[in-house]
Design a protein around this ligand. Sequence first.
Ligand SMILES: *Cc1c(COP(=O)(O)O)cnc(C)c1O
Length: 480
Amino acid sequence: MRSHLLNGLTAEHYRRSVTEGVERVAAKLATTDRPFTGVTVDALSPRIGDIDLDRPLGDTTAALDELEDVYLRDAIYFHHPRYLAHLNCPVVIPAVLGEAVLSAVNSSLDTWDQSAGGTLIERKLIDWTAARIGLGPAADGVFTSGGTQSNLQALLLAREEAKCDDLARLRVFTSEVSHFSVQKSAKLLGLGPDAVVAIPVGHDKRMQTLALAHELERCAKDGLVPMAVVATAGSTDFGSIDPLPEIAGLCARYDVWMHVDAAYGCGLLASLKYRDRIDGIERADSVTVDYHKSFFQPVSSSAVLVRDAATLRHATYHAEYLNPRRMVEERIPNQVDKSLQTTRRFDALKLWLTLRTMGADGIGQLFDEVCDLAQEGWKQLAADPRYHVVVEPALSTLVFRYIPSGVTDPAEIDRANLYARKALFASGDAVVAGTKVAGRQYLKFTLLNPETTTGDIAAVLDLIAGHAEQYLGVSLDRAS
Ligand SMILES: *Cc1c(COP(=O)(O)O)cnc(C)c1O
């Protein structure tokens, strides 16, 4: 069994095993002609259920053969140009290489004595990101598992900085289309059930700052405590970017913590063309960035940044066995002092190799391409009488709805759109997302693949229309 332990004696076995796995994936990528096979839960679950985990196969080749059957064959492939559903990006090769290196060395970024150079690399990437945002000389931050954790940590800091013992009086203001992790965080942080105040958005899906001003005023009048405003720089559905400068002005006026959730919009930090769309982000107290959404990084890779490093102390605890207080005096950099996690992956290495290999401009160029593609897709949809498209994209999503001619019942149109999405998924020809807008069923393209073309968009729109028409044909038949 020791032959399976990775060490100096097994280096050759390691090389062969990993190469064999890489060969399989490479072959898969080269031959995958659709984003999904359309496999159903019922078809797949016995294949996994029947496996006896107490009877190992013994060798890599057999395990990989089995993996082909239970996973690789039917996985959802984000690299495919017709995967258009969620905020999953195709990944860049330097980052995948980083993933292979980081898991083999297996540094843990909680303490210096478990990572050494890894700690410094992570810190440099945090400084680089903070500088791109423009957070100023006192900025700091830490890598996290994702935007959800970044938002939670930012709101923890905001809660502590609000210095209010009565948690029931704290209020968090965020747009009605912000990410649900804001609500989840409020719950985890012990805030009251009414803590999160949803601010309406305009037709452009951006927070209405007049409404925000009104709510902040009302909060003060009611003797409540404004804890944070969470602005969204790239809403999950629409990619809409809240008016950051105006929000920053209101936060300054009412002395409220400004958090910018740029989980999606952070790609603009590297953009060569559209960086100005997130102007104002430099005025934030904290920022969430998800490199695994718009920097073409594998899951997980994310960070929370703060304007004032001192605020990170709210996440600091000292344990004698790990990061005793004396280490702070000895200036030993222990990232666990800033993190909600203890043992933590060296995800930063992926971004490091990406920047050292292709550079930030390379990432920015790819992200610009998908923003441009979304603009083209918006024109296609706006000119297509079969569809209603909600809003011109500021990033790279399109939310739209198939509107059949001659059908006026909105509930029937909902069902046709829902059916089309499901039928498309079952076919595996393309994968699209769905969402609700004003209570009605819509469909969504999240465009993060520069390999997707306007031709792909046109083809998928035809497929959707075909499925929806088939459904309506059937349901009209049933009705008559
Ligand atoms: C995806 C997303 C999140 C959550 O990030 P995870 O990495 O999935 O945890 C938060 N906010 C916004 C706007 C997002 O799009």
